[in-house]
Design a binder for this molecule. Structure first.
Ligand code: ADP
Length: 176
């Protein structure tokens, strides 16, 4: 399949996506928070927090997997994005690691379809123009070498984020 058909951007609520796994932009405690993290925990139900408590947290740039409980998705892959501190604290590389490590877990669990939120660009303040290009480049590089991932969705919350991701994907994937 053409690589451009393996990436899709949608403007929707990630908790409603009928994919094998959704990614959570968690904090390092993995014990829930605001933004997309709060939405995922609300939709999955209290068993998600109970499983997260057994994991002992997660360092920035790493990822952990749990079941999806009441979500349509079978799994949640929790990753901890970097807090934006101006750009010279290794933020780009840490954000890239989030996408890499989440997709690595996906391959290990035979996950074929996966949806990402815009990691770090909410409360963590990473500029979305820059974050979306890192997301697109990293995902493209992995899709090229890993055929077992069929499709990746970037789930944007709102028209502005959607437009920014469209531009980034056009630039990186060369779509029309
Ligand atoms: P971070 O702390 O990593 O910045 P946030 O949850 O604050 O994480 O924001 C990450 C992105 O997720 C933001 O673009 C925010 O608008 C978006 N977001 C919030 N709720 C949802 C949701 N239900 N579905 C998809 N994206 C969401």
């Amino acid at each position: 399949m053409d690589i451009k058909e393996r990436i899709e951007i949608i403007d929707d609520d990630i908790t409603r996506q009928p994919v094998h796994a959704i990614v959570n932009a968690a904090n390092s405690s993995l014990l829930g928070g605001g933004g997309v993290d709060g939405a995922i925990h609300r939709a999955a139900g209290p068993q998600l927090l109970a499983e997260c408590r057994t994991l002992g947290g997660c360092p920035t740039g790493q990822a952990r997997i749990t079941k999806g409980y009441n979500l349509p998705a079978k799994y949640v892959i929790h990753t901890v994005g970097p807090v934006w501190e101006g750009g010279d604290q290794n933020e780009d590389r840490l954000l890239e690691n989030c996408y890499r490590n989440a997709l690595k877990l996906a391959v290990e669990h035979d996950i074929r379809t996966i949806a990402f939120p815009s990691i770090s660009t909410g409360i963590y303040g990473f500029p979305i123009e820059r974050a979306s290009r890192i997301a697109a480049k990293t995902v493209k590089a992995i899709l090229e070498q890993e055929q077992r991932i069929e499709k990746v969705f970037f789930v944007c919350f709102g028209q502005h984020d959607y437009q920014v991701y469209q531009e980034a994907v056009k630039e990186v994937f060369g779509t029309e």
